[in-house]
Design a protein around this ligand. Structure first.
Ligand code: ACM
Length: 525
């Protein structure tokens, strides 16, 4: 046997050993807190001896009052009850409690934890979760879910025991903005689907859902002053099938549901391009006063609002005015990408004027990276997707950057040449490509201090069902959630893929049919 063969043999034995240890550790509940695969990876995990065990009498105790804390307690109960079959009562804390309970408390005074961090102490008798804000408690609850075996995620009763090894976890995010984007314009997704998406992204501590509400193929949000936007513009979608839209009431319901899961909704109305749906609804928005035909294809870059008409700005003021009134978050997204048929000398004053409209509504502007070609109003953010030079131009104007590089973070790109769904224009995005980049070093000149966070967009030209959506999103979204949360030095692909391998069963238990990438050592659960 030559040296190379010997080395290969040794490597094989080592790898098989690792797999063996993994399968063993999976078969029985983990006995070491620091051995549990958490995504995102926490800042610090210190194991101790002993185990916490849920019992049929386990109660969630709240130290404090208030609706928010109560909602968080009820949320935790709703996550633990179906699989355990335990009642999980939620009560205000009193002294001298019996073992097996979970204590949630808001305890401002630990500055390092910030708004979203938490500290979780697990002892044989109790779990204590503390945070400065309810957002931190919500994030800590996601960690608690992952500390139980994967079957905790099942919607039906499963056999226990339900235990977690003792120790302490301290945790807080690297970036304050960790988002996903859903294009509901190319294909419309029902309110219940959006809620499921919010459930799934928030389980991995993502805190933004950007809704792409209007594009050439459809207008998806009721605007009371411009009703034809939805009656005409919302009527269709890619492929020519029936479309749909959210009433303002439904949108507000989504916003509330998201807020209860620490997710902020950012609405986008893309302009001046990507506007065929509104141009088909109202002839006066076209320079020739003629309504366009509804469009159900997948080309981009052929439409533009008439930038020289006053009615265009009245329209935009009305649309953003109504949206601002039902969007509690600070941002409105104005799109601005791929306006290929808008002359640059029209594009620049148009975007400048739209920014002013948003600013006057008391909201902050986000736009795709092309908006950095204009004069950005203070507190704007530029969403980098295509051109590094645009991201840099944004930074030079003092804007923050949201990192959504298409080649790494677009969840509609095919995984490889065998993927039936998705597009290919930014290249294949296998699970490692999606993970193996550092937001703070990807674009020279755009550093951590310039970056608001990361976002994983899902464009839906080829995606029309939740099953298809989930196959494209999972497992890539988990990697982007990890990248947005953990410090850069705390992970790398080789370490992460082992953690990810432990999450297949957890996704399956939630009914998610993820893409089983061959690059990941999936562990049967
Ligand atoms: C984009 O993908 N056109 C932002």
């Amino acid at each position: 046997m030559n040296l190379k063969t010997k080395k290969q043999l040794l490597k094989l034995i080592l790898i098989s050993g690792l797999f063996f240890i993994q399968s063993i550790s999976n078969a029985v509940p983990s006995t070491d807190l620091s051995g549990i695969s958490l995504i995102p990876k926490p800042v610090s995990v210190i194991a101790a001896s002993g185990n916490f065990k849920l019992t049929p009498k386990s109660t969630i105790f709240l130290s404090g009052q208030g609706v928010e804390l109560k909602n968080i307690g009820n949320y935790l109960a709703s996550k633990l009850t179906p699989a355990t079959g335990f009642g999980m009562a939620v009560r205000i804390a009193t002294a001298n409690q019996s073992p097996g309970n979970i204590y949630l408390s808001i305890n401002s005074g630990d500055a390092q934890l910030g708004d979203e961090g938490y500290q979780l102490t697990i002892k044989a008798g109790a779990i204590n979760l503390i945070a400065n804000k309810s957002a931190g408690l919500f994030n800590g609850i996601q960690t608690i879910r992952q500390l139980f075996s994967a079957k905790i995620e099942s919607a039906t009763h499963q056999a226990g025991p339900w235990q977690i090894p003792a120790g302490t976890i301290r945790d807080y995010p690297e970036y304050s903005y960790r988002g996903a984007m859903l294009d509901v314009a190319r294909h419309f997704f029902q309110v219940k689907d959006v809620k499921r998406y919010i459930d799934l992204i928030s389980a991995y501590k993502m805190n933004v859902l950007h809704l792409h509400l209007a594009d050439d193929q459809g207008w998806r949000i009721e605007i009371k002053k411009w009703p034809k936007l939805t009656s005409i513009g919302g009527s269709s979608q890619v492929g020519g099938e029936k479309g749909g839209f959210y009433t303002q009431e439904q949108y507000s319901d989504i916003v509330k549901y998201a807020a209860e899961r620490n997710v902020m909704i950012i609405p986008e109305i893309d302009m001046p391009g990507h506007t065929n749906a509104c141009l088909a609804s109202y002839p006066e928005l076209n320079c020739d006063d003629k309504a366009t035909e509804l469009y159900s294809g997948t080309e981009v870059g052929f439409s533009t609002l008439c930038t020289g008409k006053e009615i265009t700005y009245q329209f935009i003021s009305d649309v953003f005015g109504e949206l601002a009134a039902i969007t509690p978050g600070p941002y409105l997204h104005i799109g601005g990408d791929e306006s290929h048929v808008t002359k640059i000398e029209d594009y620049i004053p148009f975007v400048n004027r739209v920014q002013e409209i948003v600013r006057k509504l008391g909201k902050k502007v986000i736009g795709w990276d092309e908006i950095a070609l204009t004069t950005l109003v203070p507190n704007s953010s530029v969403q980098y997707w295509a051109k590094a030079e645009n991201a840099l131009k944004g930074v030079k104007q003092g804007a923050k950057v949201i990192m959504s590089p298409a080649a790494n973070s677009y969840l509609d790109m095919k995984y490889d040449s065998t993927t039936n769904l998705g597009l290919f224009w930014a290249g294949y995005v296998e699970v490692d490509k999606c993970y193996d980049w550092d937001p703070a070093t990807l674009v020279p000149g755009v550093g951590k201090e310039n970056i608001l966070g990361i976002e994983a967009p899902l464009w839906t030209e080829t995606i029309s069902t939740m099953k298809q959506l989930e196959y494209m999103v999972f497992p890539r979204l988990l990697g982007l959630a990890d990248l947005g949360w953990r410090a850069p030095a705390a992970g790398n692909w080789n370490e992460y893929k082992l953690r990810l391998g432990q999450h297949g069963g957890r996704l399956k238990a939630q009914g998610v049919e993820y893409y089983p990438s061959k690059l990941v050592p999936w562990v049967a659960q």
